[in-house]
Design a protein around this ligand. Structure first.
Ligand SMILES: [Zn+2]
Ligand SMILES: [Zn+2]
Length: 64
């Protein structure tokens, strides 16, 4: 994981360990297994989040 702390909490001035890894672009949008793998492991596509922020992100109705 590129970042040991929740990136969103950190922006809000809180120090919360990131326990979840959010994919900014869902790897399910990859057309081929290789595409999916590339999205799943691309560090630029990952966001380190705590459980709360991760849940919030998904409650907005965005992709996994
Ligand atoms: Zn957080
Ligand atoms: Zn996620």
């Amino acid at each position: 994981m590129k970042h040991p702390l929740c990136e969103r909490c950190e922006k809000a001035g809180k120090v919360v360990p990131a326990i979840d890894c959010h994919h900014i672009i869902s790897f399910m949008t990859g057309k081929t297994p290789l595409d999916k793998k590339a999205l799943a492991f691309d560090p630029n596509n990952l966001e380190s989040l705590c459980k709360e922020c991760h849940q919030k992100e998904h409650n907005k109705g965005t992709s996994f």
